[in-house]
Design a protein around this ligand. Structure first.
Ligand SMILES: Nc1nc2c(ncn2[C@@H]2O[C@H](COP(=O)(O)OP(=O)(O)OP(=O)(O)O)[C@@H](O)[C@H]2O)c(=O)[nH]1
Ligand SMILES: [Zn+2]
Length: 202
């Protein structure tokens, strides 16, 4: 497993409960909701939910090193900002295990090497498919890119709506949370930071 701080939360597969234990937990939650888990429509639901969790939380199976292993150096002198914006994602807040979803915008200032563009989306998914806070996810995406690619700077902005604030609790639909992390040049140069914000939001 990757030695970087970003993966301190992942549990070894040997520490995971069995499929049967996961299904029993879902069955308890159905009963907790007030429904009968043995009625026809719900009979296979614990199995389906356990299977869906495997997919929704597949980010624990992957390490950023795998996503960021391959970089390219042949860019014919290109050295300005690379920005991939409007990367859609779905994640789950770690407080309520309810979805939050939105867009991630990622930029970096290359130092000789560039990354395959698809890897930005893969990195977002890797961290989104875990139990998260939006702040932690923003920081993890930025710092893993920074540590692996070693560019001159990284900027990440995430905008998201949290269903735990829309469907329950305070019940404020449509409000968005914005989080940013800047490293290197983006942290020290207000002009580059402003350019990123303009491009990301434009
Ligand atoms: N900072 C941060 N907070 C989050 C995130 N997702 C959900 N939350 C908040 O986590 C907080 C948990 O607060 P608690 O008071 O412990 O739990 P609660 O009683 O369910 O809170 P309410 O949502 O206010 O009903 C809430 O204010 C949520 O809005 C996130 O990504 N980042
Ligand atoms: Zn929540």
């Amino acid at each position: 497993m990757d030695a970087f701080v970003n993966d301190a939360d992942t549990l070894a597969s040997t520490q995971r409960p069995t499929q049967e234990e996961a299904e029993a937990a879902v069955l308890t939650l159905i009963r907790w909701s007030g429904d009968d888990p043995l009625r026809e429509g719900l009979r296979d639901t614990p199995m389906r939910v356990a299977k869906a969790y495997r997919e929704l939380f597949s980010g624990y199976e992957a390490a950023p090193a795998d996503v960021l292993a391959r970089t390219f150096s042949e860019v014919k002198g290109y050295k300005d900002m690379v920005i991939v914006k409007d990367i859609p994602f779905f994640s789950h807040c770690e407080h309520h295990m309810l979805p939050f979803h939105g867009m991630a915008h990622i930029a970096y200032m290359p130092d000789q090497r560039v990354l395959g563009l698809s890897k930005m989306g893969r990195l977002v998914d890797l961290y989104a498919r875990r139990l998260q806070t939006q702040e932690a996810m923003t920081s993890q995406v930025a710092h893993s890119l920074d540590e692996r690619l070693r560019p001159k700077g990284v900027a990440v902005m995430i905008e998201a709506e949290h269903t735990c604030m829309a469907m329950r609790g305070i019940r404020k639909q449509g409000s968005k949370t914005l989080t940013t992390t800047f490293t290197g040049l983006f942290e020290t140069s207000p002009a580059d930071q402003a350019r990123f914000m303009t491009l990301a939001r434009g």
